[in-house]
Design a protein around this ligand. Structure first.
Ligand SMILES: [Zn+2]
Length: 500
């Protein structure tokens, strides 16, 4: 998390000079794998974020001299639970750095091993590698894997790309899709049936799609494809889950035609490649052109780096958000730097390895913080020893379309991410059992823990705290299987045997 300090009083926002705030940063565009000169793996990502912080500190000196900043970056601190996980084993502890960025959405390059032949889909090996890197401790606490496919696979094997996407999401647990019309040579075929089939599947699986876009024309083609789907009843189910991110904001930060596309309820923009004067132009145009829509303009833009194609220009985006020129609030900054990306992912990690165990709910009626810390100690011990594999850690988020005002660290440092309420997806050592442990803090010093091993029910969970309607699906099961405890030690001793 990036710690920033207010440079002066901002009475209209209730902010006092010197107050510090914590920003949770998500990189929504990051490649791993190997492509000719580029190689990147999780340690490379953390090293890059450490460099980014170094570069930021260098640039801040000049900006402070010209009095351009409203908030000054002063420190980088890790979120507690992931950092505990990293420091629990010697070989992991040396990677416990680079916490300028807390979560990273990772997908393949057009790898050296991405080619498909005959009936085999392209990117199968690449997707396997992404799953390997992102769904194991300690990296699973800070990486989210997306798949990549080539819609043109269907020219040699019908539905190969759709099948690979399905496999990547339901079997590997990848939680989004990257499509690259330039690299996979389908710019002219974006509105073609073969692309539509892949996009439809992503919508049905409710995973976001990030499209590489190099110009406004490509972005418009993607939008035309969305409109086609909207008009046809056979795409109705897909439209309910469709979320499309236009990478690089079409490299058209000030183009009104690009911002017009962002008014579409399912379309978002991502900031990588934009630098220097592009950056203020993007945010100013968005604030102007997206006013009076059915959403707040800052919901539509996501921070990304496109490492390892690109490197330190991502600093320009962060520093602009902290400058006097940025028109929004700290809450807008937090959305752009992380909240929007996490909301788009939206669900905890799960795969079809899950079976149909009856969900269990255990509640401790007192001392929620010590209860949670005691439980975390046991979980981390089992993960470090290898008795359990941690496939993912997903914090709960504020209700959709809202993001709270940020609180200064002196008042708790709330930035909207619920660090005391989260989902952990775990697997047993023999890999046969996969389950979600859902820890949730309640008012009145209560904490609950749900243990869920059921794919269909897990798919209905949302990281959005207010999704009571969806979570109510569980409630019949849970009320009949609920157990109540009054001390943290009773609570934790009852959970331990259920972990397997
Ligand atoms: Zn890229």
């Amino acid at each position: 998390m990036l710690v920033v300090r207010a440079i002066e009083d901002q009475p209209d926002k209730g902010i006092k000079k010197g107050q510090k705030f914590r920003l949770y940063i998500v990189d929504a565009h990051h490649h791993m794998g190997r492509e000719k000169g580029h190689t990147n793996t999780p340690p490379g990502a953390y090293e890059f974020y450490a460099q980014l912080w170094f570069e930021m500190q260098r640039m801040v000196k000049d900006l402070k001299e010209s009095d351009a900043l409203l908030f000054e970056p002063v420190d980088v601190i890790p979120p507690t639970l992931p950092s505990k996980c990293f420091s629990s084993r010697k070989s992991w502890a040396r990677l416990n750095h680079g916490w300028l960025v807390d979560k990273t959405i990772v997908f393949p390059f057009t790898d050296d091993y991405s080619g498909g032949e005959g009936k085999a889909a392209s990117f199968k090996v690449s997707n396997d590698k992404i799953a390997g890197w992102t769904s194991r401790a300690p990296h699973s606490t800070r990486l989210i894997g997306f798949a990549r496919v080539d819609p043109k696979d269907s020219l040699r094997s019908t539905n190969a790309a759709v099948r690979e996407l399905s496999r990547a999401v339901t079997k590997l647990g990848l939680r989004g899709l990257k499509l690259h019309p330039v690299a996979q040579l389908f710019v002219e075929d974006i509105e073609d049936e073969m692309t539509l089939r892949v996009v439809r599947k992503a919508g049905e699986l409710k995973v976001p799609i990030i499209f590489d876009t190099r110009n406004v024309r490509t972005a418009q083609r993607i939008h035309a494809m969305v409109e086609t789907m909207r008009d046809e009843p056979k795409y109705a189910k897909a439209m309910k889950g469709l979320k499309v991110i236009l990478a690089h904001c079409g490299m058209s930060p000030g183009n009104p035609h690009f911002h017009e596309l962002l008014r579409d309820p399912v379309i978002y923009g991502e900031t990588s490649t934009l630098h220097d004067q592009d950056v203020p132009v993007l945010f100013q145009t968005a604030a102007d052109m997206l006013a009076n829509a059915g959403f707040h303009w800052s919901e539509k833009l996501l921070f990304g780096t496109d490492f390892s194609f690109l490197s330190v220009q991502a600093v320009d985006v962060i520093l602009h958000l902290l400058s006097r020129d940025f028109l929004g609030s700290l809450s807008d900054i937090q959305r752009i730097l992380g909240g929007n990306a996490l909301s788009l992912v939206g669900t905890p990690f799960r795969t079809k390895r899950m079976t149909h165990e009856t969900p269990q709910m255990l509640t401790c009626t007192q001392k929620k913080k010590p209860a949670r810390l005691a439980l975390e100690t046991i979980l981390i011990k089992k993960i470090t020893e290898g008795a359990l594999t941690l496939a993912s850690l997903d914090y709960m988020l504020p209700p959709k379309k809202t993001w709270p005002d940020l609180q200064p660290i002196s008042a708790g440092g709330d930035n909207g991410i619920y660090f005391d309420s989260y989902f952990m997806t775990l697997r047993t050592r023999d890999d046969t059992r996969e389950f979600i442990i859902w820890i949730k803090a309640h008012p009145n010093d209560m904490i609950s823990c749900v243990i869920l091993n059921d794919y269909e029910k897990a798919a209905m969970l949302s990281t959005e705290l207010a999704q009571q309607k969806k979570h109510a699906i569980l409630s019949t099961d849970l009320t009949s299987n609920a157990q109540l405890f009054s001390t943290p030690s009773e609570f934790v001793s009852a959970i331990e045997p259920l972990l397997g």
